[in-house]
Design a protein around this ligand. Structure first.
Ligand SMILES: [Zn+2]
Length: 134
């Protein structure tokens, strides 16, 4: 990237978000002891979850300036929500497969039971007994 001030080529790098998202906040930190949450802010990095995130930044050694392009970030919690939905769908699919397999197994057992009863009746008929005697 070319420096917008001195036109020198800038070095590519990043500002790390080790614990918190990198953000630009309106105004000055001087004399401000309260929460910054009510201030106008612009997110410059994603929220670091399990790994370091960072704001893409360009440094000009000529005029000691850092330029940070603002990107649109999807909230990490939205991404987490998508992941949970995905896992939920997989679990629902697995549960439906399990239920179908269980019903199939139940139907097969019922067929086997009826087949055994029929066999018993046939044997009883052969032996001259009451076919309904089990
Ligand atoms: Zn410059």
């Amino acid at each position: 990237m070319e420096c917008p001030y001195c036109k020198k080529e800038m070095r590519e790098g990043f500002i790390p978000a080790d614990r918190y998202r990198v953000r630009w906040i309106a105004g000055s930190p001087k004399g401000y002891w309260g929460s910054l949450d009510d201030r106008e802010e612009v997110w410059l990095s994603e929220y670091p979850m399990l790994r370091v995130q960072g704001a893409e930044a360009f440094y000009c050694s000529g005029c000691k300036t850092v330029v940070v392009p603002v990107k649109e970030f999807r909230d990490n919690f939205d991404k987490l929500g998508d992941k949970v939905d995905e896992i939920g769908k997989k679990l629902t699919g697995a549960f439906e497969d399990f239920t179908a397999a269980k019903e199939k197994r139940g139907a097969r057992r019922e067929e086997e039971k009826q087949e055994k009863e029929l066999e018993k009746q046939r044997e009883n008929i052969k032996k001259g007994k009451d076919p309904w005697e089990l």
